[in-house]
Every structure is written in structure tokens, then in C-alpha cells.
Design a protein around this ligand. Structure first.
Ligand SMILES: Nc1ncnc2c1ncn2[C@@H]1O[C@H](COP(=O)(O)OP(=O)(O)OP(=O)(O)O)[C@@H](O)[C@H]1O
Ligand SMILES: CC(C)(CO)[C@@H](O)C(=O)[O-]
Length: 281
């Protein structure tokens, strides 16, 4: 038996434009994201076996099975996730699961596959499941990421912007939103793209945290993606003189302000922006 471990930051998208194509490599989103210091730890244990079996959950199970099949590797694989932020609330956890489980599996098997290639497979898996479009390309880098061209790592293009990693931010989660249910709604996607498109150049002109919050809040209000409670919290934070926005795509809020107000609505976690991206640990 041998094991491999990885860590992947969670990714908060503020606003995004959806670009769907037949080729998953060329499918993705443009937009802006912050990689957070709270992420997903993945532990993979492998043991030689007569046939492939993968004991995992969510989007990683078939991903790892396919990876082993294509390489003719027969192993029993156990995957264990430790979530610092929960799945389903908009933190790009499915992307972290996909990327982290491939990195940890590669580590457990001592494979010489480069990180970008694994990230490409993770992106394709996200697109196939409609569980994410732009998280993985952001999560391999860390920091604040503007996705200026859609697609998998190696096809899509990003620009990073600097954020003080000591700056405290606060997140609170209210309820889950299924990413695929939104991405498969053509009318909704049209509204999303109409709102996002002009904001990308505005973000590139002034790539900083304040602008991230201002543009993302505008996007949230214009697209009406936010449940009532999310909108209520954002407005209350604004009334206190601070900034907040919805975590796309989940019923969650990220705020620059003091945690007090958010506490009224549920559990609050302090986070920072992670300068580092996905890594084997
Ligand atoms: N098609 C699917 N098959 C199996 N599990 C899935 C599928 N889609 C999503 N999941 C699982 O559901 C959980 C939530 O995924 P989802 O993509 O909805 O949210 P998220 O990744 O937390 O946030 P985001 O909105 O940023 O993508 C993850 O654990 C993921 O593995
Ligand atoms: C579609 C999305 C908002 C889901 O979290 C994310 O993957 C993104 O930013 O492309």
C-alpha cells in the first residue's frame, strides 16, 4: 500500500461569463476568482489489485477510474477528503476534488505526469459534469485570478492580481445551489453573460480587491442569482460601510467587513487569500 496527499485552495468566483463548446478543452468561463486559504485536503491510498476499484465520492470517482483504465493500471484506490469549506456552496470544491485527487493519485503511484496535464483532466471532468468551468485554471495558480480567455489550463489564459494575504475576509454559507442546474438553464446563462461581459475589462483596468467586490456585487444584483437572504446580507454589510458579494455559485456570502453582522445569519469562517495554488503535500 502507498499513499499520496494533496491540498487545493477553494475558489470564490465573483462574476463569470459562460462559454460552452463541443470541445471541453475550449469550454470554460471568463471572470474573476479569489483562491482562499481554506481548501480541500485529499488523501489517496493505492494497493495493487486484479481489477480497478475506486472508493470515492462526487465527481472524482469516475475521473480516477478513467485515469487508471487509460494507463492500464490495476489498483484499488481509496480517496479521503477533508473539507475546510463545505461542498455545494460555491467554493469550487468539485474542482478541488478533481484536481486534488489526481495530484494525490499521481503522488501515490509516483507517476511523472506534469501538474498542467492533470489540471487539464480535472477541468475536462468539471465541464463534463457541469460542476464548474473556471475553478481549476484558477486553483492551480493561487492568488487573485482574472480569467481573460476561457478553457482548460494550456488553452485558457489568466492574469493574476496581487492581494494582501494578511487581509481577513469572512464567509458564511446559507444553502446549497447545484452548479449544473444553473449552467444548463440557457435563459439564465444569457442573462449571466450579458452582465459579466462588460465587467471583465473594468476588472482588468483596475485589478484590486475593492473592484472585485464592487463588480461582483453588481453582477449578483443584475443576474438575480442571489437568494433573498444573500441580497439582504450584502445590503446590510454595505449599510455598515463595508463590502460583500455572493460566492458564485452558492448561497454564500464573502465579506470584507467585520464578522459580527454575518454571525446573525449562521456560522462564519475567517479566510485569507491563498498565494499558493494546488500542491502535493
Ligand atoms: N455530476 C455529478 N456527479 C457526482 N457528484 C457530483 C456531480 N456534480 C457535483 N457533484 C458533487 O457535489 C458536490 C458539490 O458540487 P458543486 O459543483 O455543485 O458545488 P461546488 O463545487 O462546491 O461549488 P461551485 O458552485 O463553485 O462549483 C461536490 O462534492 C461534487 O463532487
Ligand atoms: C461556473 C462557476 C461559477 C461555478 O462555480 C465557476 O466554475 C466559474 O467561475 O466558472
Amino acid at each position: 500500500m502507498s499513499e499520496g496527499k494533496a491540498w487545493v485552495p477553494t475558489n470564490v468566483t465573483g462574476f463569470f461569463e459562460v462559454i460552452l463548446r463541443e470541445d471541453p478543452i475550449k469550454t470554460g468561463s471568463k471572470g474573476v476568482g479569489l483562491n482562499l486559504s481554506k481548501g480541500v485536503y485529499v488523501k489517496v491510498e493505492v494497493e495493487r489489485a486484479d481489477k480497478i476499484s475506486v472508493n470515492s465520492n462526487g465527481v472524482s470517482k469516475e475521473l480516477l477510474r478513467g485515469f487508471l483504465e487509460r494507463r492500464g493500471l490495476c489498483y484499488h484506490v481509496d480517496v479521503d477528503f477533508d473539507y475546510e469549506l463545505p461542498p455545494g456552496f460555491g467554493f469550487g470544491v468539485s474542482g478541488a476534488e478533481s484536481l486534488g485527487s489526481l495530484l494525490a493519485l499521481g503522488d501515490a503511484l509516483s507517476l511523472k505526469v506534469d501538474k498542467e496535464k492533470l489540471a487539464r483532466l480535472a477541468h475536462i471532468n468539471e465541464v463534463k459534469n457541469r460542476s464548474g468551468l473556471g475553478d481549476v485554471i484558477s486553483q492551480i495558480e493561487g492568488g487573485g485570478i482574472i480569467r481573460v480567455k476561457e478553457g482548460a489550463p494550456g488553452f485558457g489564459l489568466t492574469e493574476s492580481f496581487s492581494i494582501d494575504s494578511k487581509k481577513d475576509l469572512y464567509v458564511t454559507t446559507l444553502s446549497e445551489i447545484s452548479t449544473s442546474s444553473i449552467l444548463e438553464d440557457k435563459m439564465k446563462v444569457r442573462e449571466i453573460n450579458k452582465s459579466a461581459e462588460p465587467k471583465l475589462s473594468k476588472m482588468r483596468e483596475e485589478p484590486n480587491l475593492n473592484n472585485f467586490f464592487d463588480l461582483s456585487k453588481k453582477f449578483t444584483m443584475e443576474t438575480k442569482l442571489g437568494p433573498e437572504k444573500v441580497v439582504e446580507i450584502i445590503k446590510e454589510v454595505n449599510e455598515e460601510g463595508s463590502k460583500a458579494t455572493m460566492v458564485q455559485l452558492g448561497a454564500s456570502v464573502i465579506s470584507m467587513g467585520k464578522p459580527g453582522l454575518l454571525k446573525k445569519y449562521g456560522d462564519v469562517k475567517k479566510v485569507n487569500v491563498s498565494e499558493v495554488g494546488a500542491k502535493i503535500i
